[in-house]
Design a protein around this ligand. Structure first.
Ligand code: PLP
Length: 377
């Protein structure tokens, strides 16, 4: 059995696709908003103060994706925004790529699945065939970037195809927003999902951005909040934190080039240690921060635990919310054999990842690789 007895004396957080650390600006905005007593729907002084915070945040979130403020509908997170998007147009049939996040696939159980290529990209020619074969109005749900592999999807091309057949595009922009330029009009999207905690805001808040004045069916009915598109008193402190995180993310766009360089260096070093390792979606355009890599013969859970003992925090390629590792539907859709996919982990960097953290990762992963090769010999 593998012996792992490292006591971590330093910690490296490399799981930014699971959640990003809260930015100081966002924490300060939340703390400030908690001191404002009013309900944003109240017309008195305190209510107006809360409304100002709400609308300021709405403007920041809108500009993150090139939208207008009135197009932003705040939700309890990316999952709810995806659920709202997929029920927004009840008369449209839904097509979704096979590599979408569970919050898309589970909310559109009847969706036609569009396959992915071996490189982890949605297969555009099949998308076109599927749209041509059934001319009923459709909604096509495609993510901007995959949460496991980081592969950036050809959204603009997909939108051009979709529009030729009268279909609309919903884009799950959760992993792309704040990391890549994301202009929903330029991309041709009608609906865009965002989540605050992936860009340094608090957990439990997100948005569905609805471009072009489309009327959407609400998921939650009640009061007339969010222009009748999402009932319930707005979570003003969380939304204020979301707005502050969105503004901070826009201000530091340049740092992602550095993150991309660190990622490339990390990949080269890991591949040099383990020539039999596979980096997934390597041939696709990818987020600057995401590495999905397998260490053949070593289950993802073993790698995650060994790295954690060494102080390096990463995820299994397909960790679900219970923390259990299950088969990755993404790697499956890419045609990766199950035995290989079981050995895939996801390493994800962020705006303040340092080269020392990459050294730490390479050291810990390399030590595990060496131990497993000795124990296998
Ligand atoms: N969509 C993608 C691509 C994600 O990675 C996630 C979270 O991991 C979600 C949606 C769900 O977002 P939230 O955690 O805000 O519900």
């Amino acid at each position: 059995m593998l012996q792992v007895s490292v006591v971590a004396d330093r910690l490296s957080y490399l799981d930014w696709n699971a959640t990003a650390p809260v930015r100081p600006e966002a924490a300060a905005a939340v703390a400030h908003a908690l001191t404002v007593a009013g309900n944003a729907s109240s017309v008195h002084h305190a209510g107006r103060a809360a409304r100002r915070l709400l609308e300021g945040a709405r403007a920041s979130v809108a500009s993150l994706v090139g939208a207008r403020s009135d197009e932003v509908v705040f939700t309890s997170g990316g999952t709810e925004a995806n659920a709202l998007a997929l029920r927004a147009f009840p008369d449209r049939r839904i097509l979704a790529s096979a590599i979408e996040h569970d919050s898309v696939l589970a909310n559109a159980p009847g969706a036609v699945r569009v396959p992915a290529t071996r490189d982890g990209l949605v297969d555009l020619s099949t998308l076109e065939q599927l749209l041509a074969a059934d001319k009923r109005p459709a909604l096509v749900s495609l993510m901007f970037a995959n949460n496991e592999t980081g592969a950036i999807q050809p959204i603009a091309e997909a939108a051009q195809i979709a529009h030729r057949y009268g279909a609309l595009i919903h884009c799950d922009g959760v992993q792309g927003a704040g990391r890549q330029p994301l202009d929903m009009r330029r991309l041709g999207c009608t609906l865009m999902t965002l989540s605050a905690h992936k860009l340094g805001g608090p957990m439990g808040v997100g948005a569905l951005v609805v471009a072009g004045g489309w009327d959407i069916a609400p998921l939650i009915r009640g009061g007339g909040q969010e222009r009748g598109r999402r009932a319930g008193t707005e979570n003003v402190p969380a939304i204020a934190g979301f707005g502050a995180a969105a503004s901070a993310a826009m201000a530091e766009a340049a740092t992602w080039a550095t993150v991309g360089m660190l990622r490339v260096q990390a990949e080269h070093r890991l591949a040099a240690i383990a020539p039999d390792a596979v980096i997934y979606a390597a041939a696709a355009p990818r987020l600057p921060n995401t590495i999905c890599i397998s260490m053949p013969g070593v289950p993802a859970a073993t790698q995650v635990m060994a790295l954690d003992l060494a102080g390096v925090m990463v995820s299994a390629g397909a960790a679900c919310s219970s923390g259990k590792v299950r088969r990755s539907h993404v790697l499956d859709a890419m045609g990766v054999p199950e035995r290989e996919a079981e050995c895939a982990i996801r390493i994800s960097l962020g705006w303040n990842t340092s080269s020392a953290e990459i050294d730490h990762l390479v050291e810990a992963w390399g030590a595990l690789y060496a131990r497993t090769r000795v124990s296998a010999a």
